[in-house]
Design a protein around this ligand. Sequence first.
Ligand SMILES: [Zn+2]
Ligand SMILES: [Zn+2]
Length: 163
Amino acid sequence: MDLIINKSQDIGKKKHFEFVYNPPTDLLSFCCHVPTDQAKITGSYTLNDDDSISLYLIVNLPMRWFCDRCGDSFEKNYYFEYTDDILPEPSEDHYNYEDNILSLDHIVDEQIVLNIPNRVLCQPNCAGICPICGNNRNYNHCDCEQKQNNPKNPFAEIKDKLN
Ligand SMILES: [Zn+2]
Ligand SMILES: [Zn+2]
């Protein structure tokens, strides 16, 4: 997905775009979350007087997520917005475009990776997995922790009798 920049005609005009995009299959292999469909990319750009381009991107990618607390999977769109000034020459802090072509693939791929949340929960108050019996506490109650806090130590009883 390349945007063709027409320097003589585009200055100051806000242009909109919309397309579907398949991120590389191994893009999110560093984490366990998986895209389940094509990303929908929408946004706009404006060519400025100094030949920089003000870019606004919205990425909407259907995903299957895995909860960091209970491990359950759930589907939800991965959505984020991104704005940047794209420069006509390479720079350390900004993306750039070359030969009147602004290629969005690299930007979208990199931002998909950078915007992945560090922590994903199936629900804000996910109760997680019981560390003792492995039960998913969102579905079933277990009283393991209660038992551990009030242990009935069989040796304590014997000790009582011996005294
Ligand atoms: Zn969960
Ligand atoms: Zn338990």
